[in-house]
Ligand binder design. Structure first.
Ligand code: PGA
Length: 256
């Protein structure tokens, strides 16, 4: 698959620092929440969004940003670790955002990594997102191998929420959060590429030089399942908010 001329690619906002990236992304989320208080958000975990969530918490505390009618669905969760595990994505979300804003816990959704039937868990999750009217605004990070959520290189453009194997690259990247690389789960539940592409608006954030290659391939490379983030070139309303280090390999710095 390649991107034909005239395709609208993602918009690009290049910021001077990782802090500014976080602030800009939080501002955009806050604007969308204010204009649609019952918004359905798709949320991401990882090192990249931590400061953005801290800024949203500040906006809630200091400027009254209201989460009381907001609904959230997270992208993914490790298979086989309980939500009380300090590396589970449910734990991350509670710690970094949900415990500090006025969101109703029943409106927050993270795939259950301990589900008896993980395949059914994924199917039910897709149904729940559909019932909620779909994701209005989806936050994404990007893996150094170009993955979005846990859709690793080679995952189909049409993939739906399901059980996925993590690549060695991702296990290595995520080992920093665990005591030993052997402790990193090898599988996860993840929204699929096809599911993510149905979000009405997508914001991808990336900082650090370690993301520069993936960002270059996603923005300026061909649209290919080998680089799942490149599929976003086909999304009608997608913006990358990245710092200058992550933008380091871009040739065409077409910015907003
Ligand atoms: P990171 O992960 O924010 O921890 O770099 C991003 C991702 O793998 O999607």
């Amino acid at each position: 698959m390649s991107c034909t001329e005239g395709d609208r690619k993602m918009d690009l906002i290049i910021t001077g620092s990782s802090d500014e990236m976080s602030r800009k992304a939080a501002e955009l989320f806050a604007r969308r929440i204010r204009s649609n208080p019952a918004i359905v958000l798709g949320l991401a975990t990882g090192g990249t969004p931590e400061k953005m969530y801290a800024e949203l918490v500040r906006l809630h505390r200091e400027e009254g940003l209201d989460f009381s009618r907001v609904t959230t669905y997270n992208l993914d969760e490790y298979l086989g670790i309980p939500e009380t595990h300090d590396q589970s994505y449910r734990y991350f979300m509670n710690k970094n955002l949900f415990d500090h804003v006025n969101i109703l816990s029943e409106n927050t959704h993270v795939l259950n990594g301990m589900a008896d039937d993980p395949v059914k868990e994924c199917r039910d999750y897709e149904e729940a997102v559909k019932k909620a009217g779909g994701i209005d605004l989806q936050l994404l990070g990007i893996g150094s191998n170009g993955h979005i959520a846990f859709n690793e290189p080679g995952s189909s453009v049409q993939s739906r929420t399901g059980v996925v194997d993590l690549t060695e690259n991702t296990i290595k990247d995520n080992a920093r959060f665990f005591e030993k690389a052997e402790d990193v789960p090898q599988q996860a539940l993840s929204m699929g590429n096809g599911s993510i592409m149905e979000a009405k608006e997508i914001i991808l954030i990336a900082d650090k030089e370690s993301k520069a290659d993936a960002i270059f391939k996603a923005v300026e490379g061909p649209v290919t399942e080998d680089v799942p983030a490149s599929l976003l070139q086909k999304h009608p309303n997608c913006t990358f908010i990245i710092d200058s280090l992550a933008a380091g390999k871009l040739k065409n710095r077409r910015v907003l």
